[in-house]
Design a protein around this ligand. Sequence first.
Ligand SMILES: [Zn+2]
Length: 432
Amino acid sequence: MSDLLVSGGRVLRPSGTVERADVLLDQDAGSITAVDEPGAVAGADELDAAGGLVIPGLVNAHTHVAMTLFRGAADDKPLDAWLQEDIWPVEAELRAEDVAAGTRLGVAEMVRSGTTAFGDMYFFMDEVAAVAAETGVRARLGHGCISVGRPETEAVADFEEGLDFAREYDGHADGRVRTMFTPHSLTTVDEAHFETFLPRAREADLPVHFHANETTDEVDPILEERGQRPLAWADDLGLLAEDSFVAHGVHVDETEIDRLAERGTAVVHCPASNMKLASGMAPVQELLDAGVTVGLGTDGAASNNDLDMFDEVRDAAMLGKLAADDASAVDAHTAVRLATEGSAAALGVDSGRLEAGANADLAVLDLDAPHLTPQHDLVSHLAYAASGSDVRHTVCDGQVLMRDRELTTIDLDAARQAAEQQARALFERAAD
Ligand SMILES: [Zn+2]
């Protein structure tokens, strides 16, 4: 049996307290064996956390990782125009090797900023699964299915591909890769395709993840056409369940919040993307007060424009206060919990908490920086002052993926170079 002892640091516990403790990891099982008093356990391989803060690996519960290739290519537009004019025409030219390169770059960025798990809805998902396997991260993956505006045979083939991928890859990479059924959104999938394919996804026991209530442009047509709120319709379709989770949930009314709470459906809040596309302010504190599980996601790098979850935590706290018109809303502890326990619960993975039995996913932050001094309250620092570049080590499934800022499973220079080349070629193809 091989063990790894993360020693000498202070540890963020699930209760939100910070204690001096060592964390013992079972590398074979990929789980935490114990969180114990300093020096109580010895004889294992060690990872030095002296002077640092050990936190659960952050969980990016909604992203499109390969969209790192689009970073900075088109900014400062509302969602609809941005998708139709800038994103979809280029995505139509995407090839498998683009997705592989963009995902590898994105995973490097996430590991360097303390993220150990992500939820990804995109295309060429076998490439994403391969990159997750090769780099050692944890992921919940789904092929984004779209039917609106497509010939029937093409739409059906897209859904079949989504189901095939999810069935084939669930449990891949020693169980680090799990899958899901991901109809893109309530406005990009026709009713008939929901009705045909959702029962098949349920039969295969797949969680369901889709974009919902992101902008008023998306909510209003559903209201007009059906005379009901989008999540009421989603519920009628059978989309809301305990293992389902929606991205965004910005424009949700009280009845929809109650419905989410009743069904146990989680919301993944994407504050940076919502601000950048001026989509609106999700009522995060109201969702939490109603008992809805809320996680955090960066969304794609094209609408963020980075994958640093520390930014997301801060944005969630700030935007949550603005949305509630209350400075006590989405406090520091809550914001940190969104990116750890909340996101892990949304994805259905046992990460996001440093406790015996949980997945051995963690990050160690350096605290000896001017922006983290003095240390009145380390949870406050996590929410409001820290950033991804403060992360010294990252561990996923008991394996060290970054040690002293050096990635162990990714050649960073090669990953950057490949992404640069693929992005250039992709945008040249799209311009032709
Ligand atoms: Zn998205």
